[in-house]
Design a binder for this molecule. Structure first.
Ligand code: FAD
Ligand code: MTG
Length: 404
């Protein structure tokens, strides 16, 4: 320290992969890392490897707009996502890592009588499930978020909205790094730059994975690769009901604090918050074509910014600083696809689409339970692959916040 050279303790080891593990998790994003952490912490299973082809959090977990909430519509979803939000509320303590949870509320706007009827129905459904939700008038919204144009002359007049006060944002990198450091401390091997190239099975039982670091044997393997779910599923001979599309986000130049919480308009198609660094963080709908490119296209940027300025005309003079995209794994009913697969010992965490960051704690905890017991955790039982056979879909497209 005297020489000015500070030695930062390595947050996690970078071991070479062993020849075999009890569990191999493919994907070093939030879901893979959380699953590894809960396997070690709640089930004492530590002979685990997380294999990440790039760097930790380099996928959607490090690219998202950080919204955490549980205001879904169906009880199965609300139960799961509210459990996740409750885990988020204790996460910094659990991981001894500041995940910078900021529950400034998530406000969903209504722009017509029909919008308001649907929002009232949605808000009532949440209250019946014991989840906080409150209808707000235009005046209350104007008082709470003065940056919004609440005048009746607005292009999309705000008729009111509903807020989940416990909703908000968390620091995405910190969630990945917090779980990585805690899992590593429990003995989990986190191996970056290790790409899985094949999944070996025999008689419908998983045997191990081929990687660019060699073959690794394991009787239990979990796929947690978001936008690459179909690619990994195909390696095991599975055709999964997942479509991969780019989802973009963008930030403005930083400005003084002017927006608390998250404002979302499904009708106008944007959701806006302000990062801790002062940038206005904006998200919108997914690009309308399948792609593995983490870029996205200009039309969505134009549409999303136009929608944002209808709601926040004062932002029109800001400069856009950065735009990026991730590859989201979208399921037919916009609900997760998580749990066991038709191959013994092969598990799946996918279908998180545009909204899996808020699900990381509960997704990891429930998948870890499912792997440890080889029995589906009750919270994720409704979200198994079987629903595409039975037809018992859980359509949360409307609660996804933005079209995709
Ligand atoms: C722009 C954008 C905004 C979003 N906003 C929100 C939001 O506000 N709130 C919310 O709840 N959700 C949001 N999401 C969704 C959320 O980010 C994701 O659902 C979530 O992060 C998925 O986590 P994951 O661990 O499954 O995937 P990822 O974080 O993508 O991790 C998967 C990892 O698997 C690795 N991988 C892939 N193939 C291989 C292979 N063959 N071998 C080894 N590793 C491999 C990848 O490199 C990647 O690191 C957003 C997503 C995007 C893109
Ligand atoms: C509105 S997109 C991110 C989310 O699901 O909260």
């Amino acid at each position: 320290a005297l020489s000015g050279h500070r030695h930062w303790p390595q947050a996690w080891r970078s071991p070479a992969p062993k020849a075999s593990y009890d569990v191999v998790i493919i994907g070093g994003g939030g879901h893979g890392l959380a699953t590894a952490y809960y396997l070690a912490n709640q089930h004492g299973i530590t002979n685990v490897a997380v294999l990440e082809k790039g760097w930790l959090g380099g996928g959607n977990t490090g690219r998202n707009t950080t919204v955490v909430r549980s205001n879904y519509f169906y009880p199965q979803s609300t139960l799961f996502f509210d459990h996740s939000l409750k885990l988020y509320e204790k996460l910094a303590l659990e991981l001894n890592y500041n995940v910078m949870l900021s529950q400034g509320g998530i406000l969903t706007l209504g722009h017509s009588r029909h919008d308001m009827e649907m929002l009232e129905r949605w808000s009532n459904s949440l209250q019946l499930q014991g989840v906080d939700a409150q209808m707000l008038t235009t005046e209350q919204i104007g008082a709470r978020t003065p940056l919004l144009d609440t005048s009746p002359a607005a292009r999309y007049p705000i008729w009111g909205g509903f807020i989940q006060h416990r909703g908000g944002v968390a620091r995405h990198d910190a969630v990945a790094w917090g779980y990585a450091r805690a899992a590593d401390a429990k003995g989990v091997d986190i191996i970056q730059n290790c790409e899985v190239k094949g999944i070996r099975t025999s008689a419908k039982q998983v045997q191990g994975v081929e990687t660019n670091c060699g073959y690794i044997r394991a009787d239990k393997v979990a796929i947690a690769v978001a936008g690459h779910t179909s690619v990994l599923g195909a390696m095991a001979g599975l055709k999964l009901p997942i479509v991969s599309q780019p989802l973009q986000a963008m930030v403005s130049e930083p400005v003084k604090p002017c927006l608390d919480g998250v404002v979302l308009s499904g009708a106008v198609h944007t959701y806006v918050s302000q990062s801790d660094r002062g940038e206005i963080l904006i998200g919108g709908g997914a690009d309308r074509y399948m792609s593995y490119g983490q870029r996205g296209n200009l039309p969505i940027v134009e549409e999303t910014l136009a929608a944002t300025l209808h709601l926040f005309p004062h932002l029109s003079r800001l400069k856009l600083m950065r735009q990026w995209a991730g590859i989201v794994d979208i399921s037919p009913d916009r609900s997760p696809v998580i749990g066991k697969t038709p191959i013994a010992g092969l598990y799946l965490s996918s279908g998180w689409g545009t909204g899996g960051f808020k699900a990381i704690p509960a997704g990891g905890e429930t998948l870890a339970y499912t792997i440890a017991h080889d029995r589906c955790h009750e919270l994720i039982e409704p979200f198994g692959l079987h629903r595409f056979v039975t037809g018992a879909l859980i359509d949360e497209g409307a609660a996804a916040g933005v079209a995709h």
